[in-house]
Structures are given as structure tokens and as C-alpha cells.
Design a binder for this molecule. Structure first.
Ligand code: NQM
Length: 366
């Protein structure tokens, strides 16, 4: 099934419909999406990382979850498939897909689906309308970056098990730049835009064309990745880099987020959740840049095409007790676009994936 999940688009599969062997699965997904090719002309991919995504869904063996969701980022120009990051946007389609495929019985009214996110091992609960026991994608919820309105998918994230500040500090100096390394579902490096000699209000395409900026961001990312315990992140899609500038439209902060090479046209869900929590951490680099909402109010993260509101609260900790997240929730929308049979490019013409994404046990992903 091809679905829009939030501001991303991807192919949703039942796990049982894909090869169990990760290398065979990844090779098939490259051929289905049309990678490697900057235009993905021979497959389903949309020629951008935000439209070259896959969700693999199955019934969960975990009594705390209804379904398991494995997110796979399919390279556009490179023959790579990776499970090293999660995706909170495709997550919005997982509950509806699980109902459509009969993995979860829908109630009359609305349905909540408990989802174990295999990339991180964390849980999420998605609630969406199911009048008469069928998914209703229509509704009045509007999200920035998607034209029109659709049914709200409310996603709750219980507090994660990993540290909010992976380096153990609210600020680190990385290649001469002060940053805050944070992880509220997505490893993200917060960087004041002004410290990179940009305003943070530029068009993403202009930022992508700035080769000096790209070099500096790469250096920061490699070093920050090591400090965050992610190892060598040269070929990884995490950590993300979020440039911060003062808000311009009544929100908490303006962002330009690199994922990690292309500049996001909006911002990822878990990326925004991480920015929001990072702003609430005392002594983070957002101080003096962000305008924090009143305690309990949503943190409105501004981005190139609007804003993403995150409900989150942080216990600031004290002394030796590090800050922790109490809760996080977002509203997204999703839509079924197409359901049918995909015909992959033949295996004879498929490049071999450079690095299969591993065996997808949870330890391989963090
Ligand atoms: O942060 C893009 C997206 C994402 C990820 C990325 C996401 C998230 O917008 O939860 O959704 O950061 O690669 O889909």
C-alpha cells in the first residue's frame, strides 16, 4: 500500500510479504523504489529521502503492542537501505494500515493501535477515526506541509528508555561550535544558525547549495555522532542537524533541519519532538534563541513550510539526576493513496546493496 504518513510518503508492507533475509529484502526494496537513481524513474520512490521510505508491519509478539513497525530508509542515489533511524511521519500511517490489513480489529468510532517501533524498541500509541469499524481518512486536521485537511492521527509517545542528553551534557563544543545533542526519539544536534553564519530563515534549496555550510555540517555531525555514542556516522542518516533561530510566527523557534545532507522541507516528527525537548533542557543552546511557551502549552516548532506542534514536558533533573522527558504527543494525518501489486525492476539489473541494514534486531539500530 502506498500511503502518505504526515509529510512523508512511503510503501507499506506486511512483513510476511517481504523476504525474511535482510539482504534479499533490501535488494528487493531498492528495485521496488527505483534506487539508485536521482529520479527513481523506474520505481515508486519520489526522488527525495522524504518520499523514499518503507514501513514493514506485522502482528506483535510483545503483549504491550498490537503491531511491530520497522522503518526502512531507502537511499535515492545510493543503493542503501538502513534501519538506523525511525520515522514518526510514516508512523502515522501504521495504525490505519494495520486495520486495513486486518491485523487490528477497529472499533466503531475511533481505534487506538499500540505500536512497537522496532528501530528503537520504543512504543507509540496512534488513535484515529474508524466510524463503523472502517478507517476514515477524511477530516478537518491540517498539518503544515500537506495541502488540505484529513483525519487526525493522534500519536502518544511514552517516555523513552534512552537518555535525553546522549553526551550527558546540555552543551558540547564540537569543532568550535556550541551544540546541544538531544534524543527524544531521533538523535538530533541543535546548532544556533548564527554560529554557522546563516540566518536560519533561508530557503532549504539555498542552504543545500552552500558547499561551505555542507562541509561544516559534515564535520560537526561526524564528531557529534561519536560523542552521542553512535560511532562512525559517515554513512548513517542520524544524527539529524537542526539549525535554530528566533521564531518569526509566534512559535517557539525557527528550524532548518538537515536529514542529514538534504535540508528538510518541514521537519520530522521525532526530529521536532527532539528539538522541542532540547529547548526545554536548562542551559541548552536554545537559550537566548527560543521563546518557550508557558509550562504545559505545546511547543510550536517553526520550519520552512509552517510549524509542527509538539506536546512535551521535561523534568529538568538536578545535581546528578539528568533531565528526562515526561511525555510527548503529536497530531499527524495520513492517507491511503494506492493499494495494489508493485512490479519490481528485475533482479538481473539490480545493483547489490552496499550495506544491508542488518538483521533488524533492536540492538543493531542504536
Ligand atoms: O523525525 C525525515 C520525516 C523524517 C523523519 C528524516 C521523521 C521523524 O520527515 O520522526 O518523520 O528526518 O529523515 O519523515
Amino acid at each position: 500500500m502506498l500511503m502518505r504518513g504526515g509529510t512523508s510518503k512511503g510503501a507499506y508492507f506486511l512483513a510476511g510479504d517481504l523476504p525474511a533475509d535482510p539482504a534479499a529484502r533490501d535488494g528487493l526494496l531498492l528495485r521496488i523504489m527505483g534506487s539508485p537513481d536521482p529520479r527513481q524513474i523506474d520505481g515508486l520512490g519520489g526522488a527525495h529521502p522524504l518520499t523514499s521510505k518503507v514501513a514493514v508491519v506485522s502482528a506483535s509478539a510483545d503483549p504491550k503492542a498490537d503491531v511491530d513497525y520497522l522503518f526502512l530508509q531507502v537511499g535515492v542515489e545510493r543503493p542503501e537501505v538502513t534501519d538506523r533511524q525511525n520515522c514518526g511521519n510514516l508512523l502515522a500511517g501504521v495504525g490505519p494500515f494495520a486495520v486495513e490489513r486486518g491485523l487490528v480489529a477497529a472499533g466503531d468510532g475511533e481505534t487506538s493501535v499500540r505500536i512497537r517501533m522496532r528501530n528503537t524498541g520504543e512504543l507509540a500509541v496512534a488513535t484515529f477515526p474508524t466510524p463503523g469499524g472502517r478507517v476514515d481518512y477524511t477530516g478537518s486536521a491540517e498539518i503544515s506541509g500537506v495541502p488540505g485537511t484529513a483525519a487526525a492521527v493522534v500519536i502518544e509517545f511514552p517516555p523513552g528508555s534512552g537518555p535525553l542528553l546522549p553526551t550527558g551534557r546540555a552543551r558540547d563544543t564540537v569543532v568550535g561550535t556550541e551544540v546541544t545533542c538531544v534524543d527524544n526519539g531521533m538523535p538530533t544536534v541543535l546548532i544556533p544558525a548564527r554560529s554557522l553564519e546563516v540566518t536560519g530563515y533561508e530557503d532549504p534549496r539555498d542552504l543545500e547549495e552552500d558547499t561551505a555550510l555542507a562541509d561544516r555540517l559534515r564535520e560537526i555531525r561526524l564528531e557529534a555522532g561519536r560523542l552521542m555514542g553512535l560511532g562512525d556516522v559517515e554513512n548513517a542518516t542520524v544524527p539529524k542537524l537542526s539549525l535554530l533561530a528566533p521564531p518569526r510566527h509566534g512559535g517557539a523557534v525557527t528550524t532548518r533541519t538537515f536529514i542529514p545532507v538534504r535540508c528538510h522541507t518541514s521537519i520530522g516528527v521525532l526530529g521536532a519532538a527532539s528539538v522541542a525537548a532540547g529547548l526545554l533542557v536548562p542551559r541548552g543552546v536554545g537559550e537566548g534563541i527560543a521563546r518557550l511557551p508557558a509550562p504545559g502549552d505545546r511547543v510550536r516548532v517553526e520550519h520552512p513550510t509552517g510549524f509542527l506542534e509538539v506536546e512535551t514536558s521535561v523534568d529538568p533533573g538536578s545535581g546528578d539526576t539528568p533531565p528526562t522527558v515526561r511525555r510527548t504527543a503529536v497530531v499527524r494525518t495520513a492517507r491511503k493513496i494506492f493499494d495494489g501489486t508493485v512490479f519490481p525492476r528485475s533482479a538481473g539489473t539490480a545493483p547489490t546493496p552496499a550495506q544491508p541494514s542488518g538483521d533488524n534486531d533492536d540492538s543493531a539500530t542504536r
